[in-house]
Ligand binder design. Structure first.
Ligand code: NAD
Length: 373
C-alpha cells in the first residue's frame, strides 16, 4: 500500500495533509509513505523531519507512481495524479457542490474521491471531522487577527494613568468556530455576547461566560437543529434578527461572524447601515467571507474601511495557522483510514455509513446520493 502526498498547488494554501507523526503511524500499519519534496515547508515541516519518520521524498511524477492512496488538503487536479494505481483513493477537500467539474474529472479518471467535508457529524466520526478541527482553529485566529488590528486593548486594565475599559465582542453563529471565538475573546479579557438561530447554543454561550443575545419574538430552530445545522430562516425571523442586531451592534467593538448554512450561501447578518452605527476603530471579522459573507462589504483577504470600521476576513483562515491546522487535518485523515484498516487486506475497507457519505466517485461514476439528487 503506497500513500502519497503532494505539495499543495492552490495559491495561499499553506497546509499539508501528511505530517511526520501521521507518516510514522501509516508506516507502522505497513504502508509506504511518499511525500513530494517541500510539501511541508509552508507548515514549518522540513523535508528532514519527513525523512526521519521514514518517508520516501521525491519529485512529483515519481512519488505518485503506483500510489494506492493520495492524501491532500485540496483535491489535486487529476493530471497531477497520473501514475497512481487504477481506482486509487483520494481523500481531500473537494467542495463537491461548488465544483462539480472536479468531481466529474475524478469519475472520468477512474479514481475514488473521498470528500472529507462530507464526514457525518456522528460520535464515532468526531476524530475524523476536518470541518471541526479546522473551524476550531479558525475561530481562534479570527479573534486574534481582529484583536491585532483593533487600536484598543481587550482586557480591562487599571493603570496609574487611568482605566482602560474592556473590549465588547459579539460573536454571531455559535458552531465550532463561534464557540472557540467566544472562549478566545474571554481568555483575552473581553466582555463577550453571542447569538445563534439554534436554541441549544444558549446554554453553551452561558457556559463559556458570555451573554446570549437571542431573537425572542419569532421562534428560531429548536434544540440542536437537524444534524446540528441551521437552515435558512423565515422572513419574519430575519426581520426580527435584523432589529435585534441593530440595537446590539452599535455598542460592540469587535464582531466575529461565523454563520453558515450547509450547501447554501452564507446568510447576510450585518448591513452597511448597521456598521455605520458602530464606533470608529471597531473591527468586524467575517469568517464566512469565502462562502459569500455574513457582512455587507466584506472582501476576502482585504481590509475594507466602512464608516471608520474595518471589515476583514480570510479566504482560508485555517491556512493562517498552517502548522496546527496541518497537524489536526493529517490526524483526521489518519484516524479515518486507520478506523477502517483491514489488517488482512492491508488496506482500508470503508463501511456503508461513513463510506457512502464521503465517497463521491467510484468505478468511473459519480456515486454520492447528495450529488445525484
Ligand atoms: P456551521 O459552520 O454550519 O455554522 C456555524 C453556526 O452558524 C451554526 O451554529 C449555525 O446554527 C449558525 N447560523 C446559521 N445561520 C445563522 C443565522 N442566520 N444567524 C445566526 N447564526 C446562524 O456549524 P458547525 O460549526 O459546523 O457546527 C454545526 C453543529 O454540528 C453544532 O451543533 C456542533 O456542535 C455540531 N457538531 C457535531 C459533531 C459531532 O457530533 N461529530 C462534530 C462537530 C460539530
Amino acid at each position: 500500500m503506497r500513500i502519497a502526498t503532494l505539495k499543495e498547488r492552490t495559491p495561499g494554501e499553506r497546509r499539508v495533509a501528511m505530517t511526520p507523526e501521521t507518516a510514522a503511524k501509516f508506516i507502522k500499519l505497513g504502508a509506504v509513505v511518499a511525500v513530494e519534496q517541500g510539501a511541508g515547508e509552508a507548515a514549518a515541516i522540513p523535508d528532514s523531519a519527513f525523512e526521519q519518520a521514514g518517508v520516501v521524498l521525491g519529485e512529483r511524477p515519481g512519488i505518485m507512481t503506483g500510489a494506492d492512496i493520495v492524501l491532500a488538503v485540496r483535491a489535486p487536479d487529476t493530471a497531477l495524479l497520473e501514475g497512481s494505481a487504477p481506482g486509487a483513493l483520494v481523500a481531500a477537500l473537494f467542495e463537491p457542490f461548488a465544483d462539480p467539474a472536479r468531481v466529474a474529472a475524478y469519475a472520468d479518471a477512474g479514481l475514488e474521491a473521498l470528500a472529507m467535508e462530507l464526514m457525518p457529524r456522528i460520535t464515532r466520526a468526531q476524530s475524523m471531522d476536518v470541518l471541526s478541527s479546522q473551524s476550531n482553529l479558525a475561530g481562534y485566529k479570527a479573534v486574534i487577527a481582529a484583536a491585532n488590528l483593533y487600536g484598543r486593548a481587550f482586557p480591562m486594565m487599571m493603570t496609574a494613568a487611568g482605566t482602560v475599559s474592556p473590549a465588547r465582542v459579539f460573536v454571531m453563529g455559535v458552531g465550532v468556530a463561534g464557540l472557540q471565538a467566544i472562549a478566545t475573546a474571554r481568555r483575552l479579557g473581553a466582555q463577550v455576547s453571542a447569538t445563534d438561530v439554534r436554541s441549544a447554543t444558549r446554554e453553551q454561550i452561558m457556559s463559556l461566560g458570555a451573554k446570549p443575545i437571542f431573537v425572542e419574538a419569532v421562534a428560531g430552530i429548536e434544540g440542536e437543529g437537524s444534524g446540528g445545522y441551521a437552515t435558512e430562516m423565515s422572513e419574519d425571523y430575519q426581520r426580527a434578527q435584523a432589529e435585534l442586531v441593530s440595537s446590539h451592534i452599535a455598542k460592540q467593538d469587535i464582531v466575529i461572524t461565523t454563520a453558515l448554512i450547509p450547501g447554501r450561501a452564507a446568510p447576510r447578518l450585518v448591513s452597511d447601515a448597521q456598521i455605520a452605527t458602530m464606533r470608529p476603530g471597531s473591527v468586524i471579522f467575517d469568517l464566512a467571507v469565502a462562502a459569500g459573507g455574513n457582512v455587507e462589504g466584506s472582501v476576502a483577504d482585504e481590509l475594507v474601511d466602512r464608516h471608520g470600521v474595518t471589515i476583514m476576513g480570510y479566504a482560508n483562515t485555517p491556512g493562517h495557522l498552517a502548522a496546527d491546522a496541518s497537524a489536526l487535518y493529517a490526524r483526521n485523515l489518519f484516524n479515518f483510514l486507520n478506523a477502517f484498516w483491514d489488517k488482512d487486506a492491508g488496506r482500508p475497507v470503508l463501511d456503508e455509513e461513513i463510506g457512502n457519505a464521503v465517497r463521491l466517485t467510484r468505478g468511473g461514476k459519480v456515486v454520492n446520493e447528495r450529488l445525484r439528487a
